[in-house]
Design a protein. Structure first.
Length: 289
């Protein structure tokens, strides 16, 4: 066989092998692409784990001005290499967290219940790209537009976590009733989003030892409380007269009736303006917990 023929055969063999390898890799990647719906052979994504936006882009100063803010919030620092719940073992009682231990000038925004489903807030969240965590109560979140509304917010990179099935004062319930409230919402969120969230917020911030035992049995890693509460125009603080690094801010999905004529988007603008004026920015809670 001549050298030229031998070379052509060798080249053809190499090309064929390359095509075969490409096909194998493509199939492997297709099998590893997750989905929040968790179909067969696809890994589930935890309900409390935000789904990253398809394309991350810098905040638009014009968008901030349209929502009544002078400029975008500062970008948060890189999250810590280790989360507070790292090393958590199944069955352990969850940590109780009011503030995240950090020296970073960051706070964490959370929204509870799910009563108000304002389409304008969907647009605001997409425009501003400020991360937040939602603690949803099942019978409240299901009303009206339902969970589809919150799934749109989750698709922007925001977390969804547990706030019970029906928003009772857990301290008034038996241990078994508390378990039904907490585990029932874990089951509901798992069915909708693929896995059980790691974070839980008790209604009114009320809990007892039975709450922690029930939460542990349902796969909860942390009970998340708060240090600041957003009112209509500004915040109230558990300690002092302002925010501190790592504070968790409690707000609610509320409409004009509860906000004395103010819209949810106006309330959020007021909250972000106050955070910014105090020299803070907003970080993603799930990056720290």
């Amino acid at each position: 066989m001549s050298p030229s023929v031998s070379g052509r055969i060798r080249a053809a063999a190499l090309a064929s092998a390359a095509l075969l390898l490409t096909g194998v890799l493509t199939g492997a990647l297709a099998g590893c692409s997750g989905s929040s719906s968790g179909g067969p052979g696809k890994p589930h994504k935890a309900a409390g784990t935000p789904t990253a936006p398809a394309t991350a882009s810098p905040a638009d100063p014009g968008a901030y001005r349209r929502w009544g803010l002078d400029k975008p919030l500062a970008a948060p620092p890189a999250p810590p290499a280790k989360k507070l719940t790292d090393g958590f073992r199944a069955g352990e009682k969850p940590q109780i967290i009011r503030r995240v231990p950090t020296q970073d000038k960051v706070v964490f925004v959370t929204f509870d219940d799910g009563a108000e489903k304002d389409p304008e807030f969907l647009r605001m969240a997409a425009d501003l790209k400020v991360p937040f965590t939602m603690f949803l109560t099942d019978d409240i979140a299901r009303a009206g537009a339902g969970y589809g509304y919150f799934d749109k917010l989750r698709a922007l990179g925001n977390g969804i976590d547990n706030h019970t099935l029906s928003h009772p004062n857990l301290r008034t319930l038996s241990a078994e009733a508390q378990k039904r409230e907490i585990c029932g919402q874990q089951d509901s969120l798992q069915k909708r989003f693929g896995s059980r969230p790691a974070l839980f917020r008790p209604p009114y911030g009320n809990y007892n030892d039975a709450t922690l035992t029930a939460a542990a049995g349902c796969g909860v890693r942390a009970v998340v409380l708060w240090e600041a509460t957003m009112q209509i125009n500004d915040m109230r603080y558990a300690e002092g007269n302002g925010l501190r690094p790592g504070d968790i801010v409690l707000a609610h999905f509320r409409g004009p009736q509860e906000l004395k004529g103010t819209t949810m988007t106006r309330m959020v603008t007021n909250m972000l303006r106050s955070i910014q004026a105090q020299g803070f920015t907003v970080a993603r809670l799930e990056d720290y917990l």
